[in-house]
Design a protein around this ligand. Structure first.
Ligand code: HEM
Length: 313
């Protein structure tokens, strides 16, 4: 009876509960996103590679289209330091077309922190402050021991230097996508935005930086010329996991195809990015889709909607 009366909270994995905890852990600031609260809105273009249409019939892979984008720091704290190492940098973008926008919301690591929404809820719950205002270190340790895959993202980030620029690091879409061409042929691929001008900071250089330097760096960089990323499709081989965002594929051993070049030209007013949410699940044209059977993908749409509604009120 006791087991029936007290279902594990983590199993409920309601998007509203996850988003409420995301806000709580960042300090419950008003009018900001539940993740990516600190960021910069941008505009640019996407120009497809000559062979992209052979993989996907989406209009964005047949002609150059305008882009609205946003770089951000992970988490709901709008005052997070740009020097934070074990936090992903984020990159959200909408490649516009009248037939349907193509939306990617990607991060500066090849993996996400959790494999299922229930695991994400518990990951957040164990980090919630207790009566003394601090999270319980023992709880966090016990969760990590039971869920070792949830340590992969932080380990990956901690093993690398902090990017010197939002435009100086690669970004991964993390989920496995299906590309469908005009003949109906399907290709499963992970998508990666490869920075044309990679730049990172040594520990010494990092120390000398103020807590906020990415926005100014971007202004100076874009005054000199646009920032570019190559969008690359990393093609799946049989048995590559397609529903586990904590698992990597051996990228260097996989065939890769260039899908095009994303050019960031200028900074846009925040309002352009804040009016809606970048929804990577719903806002996709025919010819490309995220994994229908990955629960971490599906829950992003309702979670982003909850955050939008809260930050707009
Ligand atoms: C699995 C891979 C995921 C990646 C790569 C990712 C990345 C990002 C990025 C970059 C942003 C900032 C967007 C912007 O600048 O507007 C963001 C926002 C957000 N993320 Fe995720 N996320 C992922 C999964 C999730 C999941 C599973 C949840 C919750 C269940 C979630 C909840 C949110 C929320 C609530 C926002 C704020 C949306 C808004 O207010 O517009 N994310 N995410």
């Amino acid at each position: 009876m006791a087991a029936l009366a007290a279902p594990a909270q983590a199993e409920e994995a309601d998007p509203g509960a996850i988003v409420a905890l995301q806000f709580a852990l960042g300090g419950d600031h008003k009018g900001v996103r539940a993740s990516g609260a600190k960021g910069v809105c941008l505009k640019g273009t996407f120009a497809p590679a000559p062979d992209a249409a052979a993989l996907s019939k989406a209009p964005q892979f047949a002609k150059t289209v305008p882009v609205t984008a946003r770089f951000s720091m992970g988490g709901s704290n709008p005052k997070i330091s740009d020097k934070t190492k074990a936090t992903t940098r984020g990159f959200a973008m909408r490649l516009a077309d009248p037939a349907g926008d193509m939306t990617f919301v990607v991060i500066s690591a090849p993996v996400f922190g959790t494999r299922t929404p229930a695991q994400l809820l518990e990951f957040l719950q164990v980090r919630a402050p207790g009566p003394d205002g601090k999270p319980d270190a023992e709880k966090i340790k016990a969760f990590a021991a039971r869920n070792p895959e949830t340590g992969r993202q932080a380990a990956w980030l901690n093993a690398r230097p902090v990017p010197a620029s939002f435009a100086g690091t690669d970004y991964w879409a993390v989920h496995a996508y299906t590309l469908t061409n005009a003949k109906g042929e399907r290709t499963t691929a992970k998508l990666k935005f490869v920075a044309a001008d990679k730049a990172s900071l040594s520990d010494e250089e990092l120390k000398a930086k103020p807590d906020s330097f990415y926005a100014d760096e971007l202004k100076e960089r874009l005054a000199r010329g646009p920032a570019r990323f190559d969008l690359v499709a990393i093609l799946a081989e049989p048995n590559d996991p397609t529903t586990d965002v904590t698992a990597t594929w051996p990228e260097d051993d996989r065939k890769q195809r260039s899908l095009g070049t994303l050019t960031i030209a200028a900074i846009e007013p925040d309002a352009t990015c804040d009016a809606a949410t970048f929804d990577p699940v719903v806002d996709m044209p025919d010819g490309i889709a995220g994994p229908a059977d990955d629960p971490m993908f599906a829950i992003r749409s309702p979670a982003y909607a909850v955050s939008l509604s809260r930050r707009s009120n």
